[in-house]
Structures are given as C-alpha cells and as structure tokens.
Design a protein around this ligand. Structure first.
Ligand code: NAD
Length: 355
C-alpha cells in the first residue's frame, strides 16, 4: 500500500488518485503531483500493489473497502479526494464512497471522484483524460501552424486514457494507425475505425476483428513513423535507449512519467516536441474537480458544459505554459514546472507561515 501526501497550500482541494496495479509505483503517481498545480490545487496519490485482474469481484470489493477504511482518516471531501487510476474504475470509486458514507452516517459523494453518474459522478469524467490529451495536441499543432487533420497517431496503452484519446484524435480528423495494450500492439498505416469499434477496449485481443494489421511489440510501436506518439500505459517507456529512434514529431504524454529525464533531453535536442504529462493528462483532474464542485452544489451539468469548461481550462493552461516556454526558451515540461513552482511559492508568500 502506498500513500503520498502533498502540501495543501493552494486554494483548491487536493485531488489524488488510487491505483491497484502490480506494475508502476509511487514515482508514476508523483509525476501527476505537479500536474494539478498547473491548473488548480494540489494532488496526492495512493494505491495497493496488486494485479486487480487476478481478483474476483468480491475480493476486489473487500480489498477496496478495507483500504478505504485504512485511509478514512486521510481522505475527505474537504481534504484529500481520490480518483481512479491504473487498475481502478468507477466501480471501485463507488465502493470507496459507500464505505466512507457508511462511516459518516450520511452520503458524502465529494469524497472521491470518477464515480458512476447515478451516484454523484459527472458526465464526461470517463473520457476526460484521453479527450484532454487530444485537446493539448491540437493546441500544440496550432501553435506550429498545423492541424490534426490527416495526422497519423500511435497510442501505447488502450485503457481509459489511451482508448479515449484515440477516439478524440479520430474525431479531430487524425488517423489512428497503431494501438497496443499489455499483450502487444497492432499497426496499420491505413488507420483504424476507432469509432466503429464502439466501446471495445481492454484487452485488444477481445476486439481484434476491429483492429487488423501487423502485430508489433510495445517497444516497436514507440518507434513507428507517425506524426504523433501518445504513450498512455505506464511510466518509463521512452528511455535513453530508444529516444534516438523515436520518429514521431510530437510526443503527447497520456501516461504519467512515460519519458525518462535522459530521454527527455535527447528528444529536446532532436527537436521533438513533448507535451508533458503534467499538462497533457490534466483533463482527468480538471473534470474530477468539476465533479467535486457539482457534488457540493448537488447541481449537475450537461456534457456540453463539462467539455466546454475542460477545454477552456486546458487551453488556457497550455497558453500560459507555452508563453513561459517561449519567453524562457525552455521545453514545455520545464515551463510547466516553472509555472507550477511559481504558483505554489506565490501562495506560500501570500498566506505566510503559521504558527
Ligand atoms: P487503464 O488500466 O485503464 O489502462 C492501462 C492500459 O495500458 C491498458 O490497455 C493496459 O493493457 C496497458 N498496459 C498496462 N501495462 C502495460 C505495459 N507494460 N505495456 C504496454 N501497455 C500496458 O489505466 P489508465 O487509467 O488508462 O491509465 C494509463 C496511464 O495514464 C497511467 O500512467 C495513469 O497514471 C495515467 N493517467 C490516468 C488518468 C485517468 O484519468 N485514468 C489521469 C491521468 C493520468
């Protein structure tokens, strides 16, 4: 079990994520920690080291409720609010909310986000992270005087983030030519009909008829000749060993920490634009924040309002990061970090120290 706590110095609530996975650990969650500072408040993370797929539903529910009880003193709708991540989903969030509500004696929907819509979840949360990845890619291409229309995209990881990113890229005119999950990937330069495959995701082997093409490994997928590469699985995928062979012009980080520091420097030297996780995958935390706001007011928005507000916040965050990047002549990642640190220090100065 891992829990990470962050400073709560900014005005927002803390949004954290709960992971149930046997791969990818604390650093991956920490990578998301700065993300929220770019857009709103602070973020924490926690998880259980387990392969959730090896558990029966009853075992997963018992594990989740026990974990929720253990962290009950840490989380709360005014305090630290978990959302789903690798290996967790709406079902798990519903159990956590129910467990905490049972302890309280009344319903506390704001204690977690990413809940099912009928019990206080928000429309658009499930798609938000992947959708945001495509929104950031569109903004970056616009800055370069281009559009996503006809651009080829490879997506590593076809779970919540990857599959929704693929759908969003496709709806913005791009062509998805490669996708993968933990079992490997498939490549078809003519592109797939992602919308036509419906909700088919996890695992690709179950919806293989929709995704015909050359089988590739996850490592090979990263090096395909595409315009846009979206690592949306786990951390540490682009390293100093393969960074020189990445052929995409744009890397949009859907996963947390998919690019190592050494690889980041190599990509920058090669003129490849990297949209850092802290910006590119922030759509999920932004809409989690909207869910929390709606839970408090007990007033729920329609999907158009959720998406419009998410696009606005993300596009503004990108514009600010881009402007720092231009002014300071640094990468988008460094610019985002500079902006985040500046906001936290500004908040500390304004609040002062007590006692
Ligand atoms: P998920 O469990 O829904 O999907 C993960 C996908 O990656 C699956 O297709 C899985 O088969 C694949 N995968 C797992 N291990 C792999 C490996 N070793 N190689 C290749 N593929 C592998 O998880 P998710 O919620 O989509 O999260 C994916 C990444 O995005 C994580 O890094 C997570 O921290 C990050 N993220 C998620 C959200 C969110 O809202 N869900 C928000 C921000 C960041």
């Amino acid at each position: 079990m891992i829990t990470i706590h962050f400073s709560k110095v900014r005005w927002g609530e803390k949004d954290g994520r709960i992971r149930a996975d046997d791969e990818g650990g604390a650093r991956d969650l920490v990578a998301g920690g700065e993300a929220f500072t770019v857009v709103n408040g602070d973020l924490a993370g926690g998880g259980v080291e387990v392969d959730a797929r090896s558990l029966s539903e009853a075992e997963l529910e018992r594990l989740t409720r026990r974990f929720a009880t253990e962290i009950a003193i840490l989380i709360g709708s005014e305090n630290d609010i978990p959302a789903p991540d690798l290996g967790t989903n709406e079902r798990v969030m519903a159990w956590i909310m129910d467990t905490i509500s049972m302890h309280q004696g009344y319903s506390t929907p704001g204690v977690v986000t990413g809940k099912p819509v009928p019990i206080g979840g928000t429309l658009g949360r499930r798609e938000a992270t992947g959708r945001g990845v495509a929104v950031i890619a569109r903004s970056i291409l616009e800055t370069a005087g281009q559009s996503l229309d006809g651009k080829t995209v490879a997506v590593q990881g076809f779970g919540n983030v990857g599959a929704n990113a693929a759908r969003s890229f496709e709806s913005l005119g791009a062509r998805i030519v490669a996708i993968s999950d933990r079992s490997g990937g498939v490549y078809n330069p003519d592109g797939f009909d992602v919308a036509g495959a419906g909700d088919c995701q996890e695992e690709l082997t179950n919806c293989g008829e929709h995704y015909q093409g050359e089988r590739v490994t996850n490592a090979e997928l990263l090096e395909l000749p595409v315009d846009v590469l979206v690592p949306a699985a786990i951390e540490g995928q682009i390293t100093e060993d393969n960074a020189a062979r990445i052929r995409a012009k744009y890397v949009i980080e859907g996963a947390n920490g998919p690019t190592t520091d050494a690889a980041d420097a190599i990509l920058a030297d090669r003129g490849i634009t990297v949209a850092p996780d802290i910006l590119a995958n922030a759509g999920g935390v932004i809409v989690s924040y909207f869910e929390w706001v709606q839970d408090f007011s007990r007033y729920f928005w329609d999907l158009g309002e959720v998406n419009r507000n998410m696009d606005r916040v993300l596009e503004q965050a990108y514009a600010e990061v881009e402007s720092v990047s231009q002014r300071e002549r640094v990468t988008l990642r460094t610019a985002a970090l500079m902006l985040a640190v500046r906001r936290v220090t500004e908040a500390i100065k304004l609040r002062g120290f007590y006692p």
